[in-house]
Design a protein around this ligand. Structure first.
Ligand SMILES: [Zn+2]
Ligand SMILES: [Zn+2]
Length: 158
């Protein structure tokens, strides 16, 4: 029986060693490293570019490969990479950005719907002063009642 918490259950991208993974560091096997920081780098040790250079035994090719342009996000170097970021990282960024856009537009939609609901709400009936004027006069408009008012009460003709 062991009470020691298992650290391996954490995905690598959530572990505390995430920062050291994203930095290109030499290992016992690969003594070459550029020390660069690559946020999308997924394994510890040297970056993909340094590994590629290290794996090359031909000094001439080694020099050639070290001149390759490198993705600033994951550290992978490509011979004809035309951008600071490789296609894989670009896609990842676009996907996460797309999710954010979706969430933003959704909340924006909800907000505009709420505004519309508020605008569509009918104005309260009491806001129009004319509505409050009683259509019915306070006295019945009959000859008798009018005569009553005129004569000061009492049945007419008495
Ligand atoms: Zn490196
Ligand atoms: Zn990349």
């Amino acid at each position: 029986m062991s009470d020691e918490p298992s650290r391996s259950i954490l995905p690598s991208n959530l572990s505390a060693s995430d920062t050291s993974i994203s930095i290109c560091t030499p290992t016992a096997e690969i003594d070459e490293s550029c020390g660069g920081h690559f946020p999308f780098k997924t394994s510890s040790g040297p970056c993909a570019h340094c590994r590629t250079i290290h794996a090359e035994s031909d000094p001439l090719k080694k020099e050639l490969k070290s001149a390759w342009r490198q993705c600033k996000s994951c550290g992978v170097a490509w011979s004809r990479l035309s951008d600071d970021i490789c296609g894989t990282c670009k896609q990842t960024v676009n996907e996460s950005r797309g999710l954010i856009d979706e969430a933003v537009s959704e909340s924006r939609l909800q907000r505009s719907q709420a505004v519309h609901a508020r605008l569509k709400k009918p104005a309260p009936a009491t806001s129009n002063p004319l509505v409050n004027v009683s259509v019915q006069p306070s006295i019945p408009l009959t000859t008798d009642s009018l005569n009553n008012i005129r004569t000061g009460g009492g049945p007419p003709g008495s």
